[in-house]
Design a protein around this ligand. Structure first.
Ligand SMILES: Cc1cc2nc3c(=O)[nH]c(=O)nc-3n(C[C@H](O)[C@H](O)[C@H](O)COP(=O)(O)O)c2cc1C
Length: 200
C-alpha cells in the first residue's frame, strides 16, 4: 500500500471482527517491522507485550473500562518503556560500528539519563509513540486496522502483563479486522493553525 494512502486511511477503529485471528507468522512479521522504528541513540528502549490469548484480551477489555477493542481485535500490543535500557549493555546498540562509536554513545546515554527521571520518561513516551504509529501503518499494509488506546486502569493492566520494575506503560494498540468503519473524522484543524514555516 502507498504510504500516503496508509496514513490517510488509518483510523481509530472501534468495532473489530471478533472472528478474525491473525496467524502467528503475520504477528511476527508485524513485530519485526515495529522494531525498526527509530529511537534516540538507537537505544531501543521500548518493550512490547503482544497479547494474542483471548482470556487475557478479555481481561484487558475489563481494564480498559469495558472498551470492546481489546477483546474483539486480534492482537493487543502494550507498548512499555524500559527505564534501564540506557545502562543495560549499551555498547550493543552500536555493535555494528567501531568500539569508539559504541563508547561515545554509552557516555552520552549516561550523561542524559543517569538520575534524570524526566528525561527517562520523555524518552519512553517518544520511542513508544514512534513505534505505535509504525504498528498502525504496518497494519494497514497488511490489510488490517488498529486503535491506539490509553483509556485503561494503569495498575490493572500492569498486573495483567506483569510489568517489571522501572518500566512504564505508555499506551496500547489493538490490531485486527475492522467490522465497521470509523465515524467521520472529528475535524482536523487547518494546517495554518498548527504548522509554521521557519518559526512561530
Ligand atoms: C494516545 C491515544 C490514546 C487513545 N485512546 C483511545 C481509547 O482509549 N479509546 C478509543 O476508542 N480511542 C482512543 N484513541 C483514538 C482517538 O480518539 C483517535 O485517534 C482520534 O479521535 C482521531 O481519530 P482517528 O485516529 O480515527 O483519525 C486514542 C488515540 C491516541 C493517539
Amino acid at each position: 500500500m502507498d504510504v500516503f494512502e496508509a496514513i490517510s486511511s488509518r483510523r481509530a477503529i472501534k468495532k473489530f471482527d471478533s472472528s478474525y485471528k491473525m496467524d502467528s507468522s503475520d504477528v511476527q512479521k508485524l513485530m519485526n517491522h515495529v522494531i525498526l522504528a527509530p529511537t534516540s541513540y538507537n537505544q531501543q528502549n521500548w518493550r512490547f507485550v503482544y497479547v494474542t490469548n483471548q482470556d487475557v484480551k478479555e481481561k484487558i477489555s475489563v481494564a480498559a473500562r469495558g472498551q470492546a477493542q481489546p477483546k474483539d481485535g486480534s492482537l493487543v500490543i502494550v507498548l512499555c518503556g524500559d527505564m534501564t535500557a540506557w545502562k543495560t549493555k549499551p555498547l550493543r546498540y552500536w555493535r555494528n560500528h567501531p568500539l569508539e562509536k559504541q563508547e561515545m554513545v554509552k557516555d552520552a546515554l549516561e550523561r542524559k539519563y543517569s538520575g534524570n527521571s524526566e528525561n527517562l520518561r520523555d524518552e519512553a513516551v517518544r520511542s513508544c509513540g514512534m513505534a505505535a504509529q509504525t504498528i498502525m501503518l504496518a497494519a494497514k499494509q497488511m490489510g488490517l486496522d488498529s486503535c491506539p488506546m490509553v483509556g485503561f486502569e494503569y495498575d490493572e493492566l500492569a498486573e495483567l502483563i506483569k510489568l517489571p520494575e522501572e518500566h512504564l506503560i505508555v499506551m496500547m494498540v489493538v490490531v485486527g479486522k475492522r467490522a465497521a468503519d470509523a465515524s467521520e473524522r472529528g475535524g482536523q484543524l487547518p494546517l495554518g493553525e498548527v504548522a509554521f514555516e521557519n518559526s512561530f
